[in-house]
Design a protein around this ligand. Structure first.
Ligand SMILES: [Zn+2]
Ligand SMILES: [Zn+2]
Length: 425
C-alpha cells in the first residue's frame, strides 16, 4: 500500500509553487511598505494559550484543534490561528516597551480539523498582520486597505468590504441581552450548536449558515444600534477613513467573525467574482486579548488571509507568477570525451549568474535539443569532440536559430552579457 498525504493537506509542486511563492513575495513587499516587520512563531503552543486567547466556546477551539501530549505530559496544540501566538510573543519578549504600535506580520501554516472541501484544508496557510498598542481607528482602516492592496497587487479586483462593529465590554452585554430576548421565543427552532451558543456566545447565531438559524437572525437587533459613545465614535471614524480612501464597503449587521477576542471593528473583504466561499481576508480589533493573556490593557487590531483560497482564485482567473522559470542556457555535450569540459562551462556560467541546465542521461543530440526547448532555454551551447579539439563551442540563439562559433575562452563572458538582456521580440 502506498502512503498518501493526510486528508485535507496539499503538496505544492513545481508548476504551482511559483504562484504560491509569488503570493508571499507580494505580501512581504506590501507589508514592508506599510511598516510591518515579519515575525515567525512556533507552529505549536501550549494548549492553554488558545483556550484563553480564542475562547473555549468557539468552534475553532471546541471542535477543530489538533491537540496532543508528549512524554512531558503537557498539552500542546498546533496553532489554529495566528494572532494568539503573536500576542504571546509580544508579551514574552517585552515588546510593550518598544515604541507603539508594534506592527508585525506572519506567513505560515495553520491547523484546523474541519471537513475538507474546495478551498478549505486541515493544514492551510495564512498571511496576516497585527498592530498592537494603539486604538487609533486609522489602524483599523490601514488593515483593510493593506489586505486589499495585497489582493490587488496579485491581480484581483471587484472587492466588497463587509464591516461591522460588535462593541466593547461596556456596551456588548446590553446588546447580548437584546439578542437573547429576540432569539429566546424561537430558541427551539435554531440548530443544536446555536442552542449551545445562546447563553455564552449568542452573537455567533447571527452568522450560522443553517436556514432555520438565519430565519431567527433575520430582524434581530443590530450591534451598531447598541454601541456606547466611545465605540460609536471609533466606528464612525473607521468609516470616515474608508470613505476618504474611496473604498467600497457595506455595513453588514450579521458579521461577527468566529473568534471571541474581537471588539469594535470586524471586517471581511469578499471578491464579487467568487461564489459561496468568497471572503479573501478578514480581521478586526481585539482590544481585550493582550490583557486576557496576562499583559496590561493594550488595544490591537489585525487581519488574516487564507493563502490556499487566494491561490485558487488566482488560478481560476488565469493569473500566473510573473517570474520566468525558463533557463538561460542549456549545455549540450556530445560524447564522454567532452563531458568534463561541458560540466566546467556549465559551472562557470552558473557562477556568472545564469540559470543553466545540462544533460544527465547521456541523451542524443536531438533529445538534448528537445530538453533545451522544453526548459525554455534562450541559448543552447553545443560541445562535441571537433569543437573541443578546435577550442570552440557552438552557440545557438534559440529565438532565431542563428548559430555562431565562439572560442571556449570567451563563451562565459559572451553569454553572461547576452543572456541578461531582455529576450528579443
Ligand atoms: Zn462600546
Ligand atoms: Zn445555527
Amino acid at each position: 500500500m502506498k502512503i498518501k498525504a493526510p486528508r485535507g493537506t496539499i503538496d505544492f509542486l513545481p508548476g504551482r509553487i511559483e504562484l504560491w511563492q509569488y503570493i508571499q513575495e507580494v505580501s512581504r513587499e506590501v507589508f514592508s511598505r506599510y511598516g510591518y516587520a515579519e515575525i515567525n512563531t512556533p507552529i505549536f503552543e501550549y494548549t492553554e494559550l488558545f483556550l484563553r486567547g480564542i475562547g473555549d466556546t468557539t468552534d475553532v477551539v471546541s471542535k477543530q484543534m489538533y491537540t496532543f501530549t508528549v512524554k512531558d505530559d503537557k498539552s500542546y496544540t498546533l496553532r489554529p490561528e495566528g494572532t494568539a501566538s503573536v500576542v504571546r510573543s509580544y508579551l514574552e519578549h517585552g515588546l510593550g516597551a518598544a515604541p507603539q504600535p508594534v506592527k508585525l506580520f506572519y506567513i505560515g501554516p495553520i491547523f484546523r480539523h474541519e471537513r475538507p472541501q474546495k478551498g478549505r484544508y486541515r493544514q492551510f496557510h495564512q498571511l496576516g498582520a497585527e498592530a498592537i498598542g494603539s486604538q487609533d481607528p486609522a489602524l483599523d482602516a490601514e488593515m483593510i486597505v493593506m489586505s486589499m492592496e495585497i489582493l490587488q497587487k496579485l491581480g484581483l479586483g471587484n472587492f466588497l468590504v463587509n464591516i461591522n462593529s460588535i462593541g466593547c465590554p461596556v456596551c456588548r452585554p446590553t446588546y447580548r441581552q437584546a439578542l437573547r430576548d429576540h432569539i429566546s421565543p424561537s430558541l427551539a427552532k435554531v440548530c443544536p450548536t446555536c442552542q449551545e451558543r445562546f447563553e455564552k456566545n449568542p452573537l455567533r447565531i447571527l452568522d450560522c449558515k443553517i436556514a432555520a438559524c438565519k430565519e431567527v437572525a433575520d430582524g434581530a437587533p443590530k450591534s451598531i444600534d447598541y454601541l456606547c459613545p466611545e465605540c460609536q465614535t471609533h466606528y464612525a471614524q473607521v468609516c470616515e477613513y474608508l470613505d476618504a480612501f474611496k473604498i467600497t464597503y457595506r455595513q453588514n449587521d450579521l458579521l461577527v467573525r468566529g473568534l471571541d477576542y474581537y471588539t469594535k471593528t470586524v471586517y471581511e473583504v469578499e471578491s464579487l467574482d467568487l461564489g459561496a466561499q468568497s471572503a479573501l481576508s478578514g480581521g478586526g480589533r481585539y482590544d481585550g486579548l493582550v490583557a486576557e493573556l496576562g499583559g496590561p490593557a493594550t488595544p490591537a487590531v489585525g487581519f488574516a488571509s487564507g493563502m490556499e483560497r487566494i491561490l485558487l482564485v488566482l488560478e481560476e482567473q488565469g493569473i500566473k507568477s510573473p517570474h520566468s522559470t525558463a533557463v538561460d542556457v542549456f549545455v549540450i555535450s556530445l560524447g564522454d570525451a567532452v563531458r568534463t569540459q561541458a560540466l566546467v562551462i556549465t559551472q562557470q556560467l552558473r557562477q556568472a549568474g545564469l540559470k543553466v541546465e545540462t544533460d544527465y542521461l547521456g541523451r542524443s543530440m536531438k533529445s538534448q535539443m528537445k530538453q533545451a526547448d522544453r526548459l525554455g532555454a534562450k541559448y543552447v551551447l553545443i560541445l562535441g569532440e571537433d569543437e573541443l579539439a578546435k577550442g570552440v563551442v557552438q552557440v545557438r540563439d534559440m529565438q532565431d536559430s542563428a548559430q555562431t562559433e565562439v572560442p571556449l575562452s570567451q563563451v562565459v563572458d559572451r553569454l553572461s552579457q547576452n543572456a541578461q538582456q531582455p529576450a528579443k521580440a
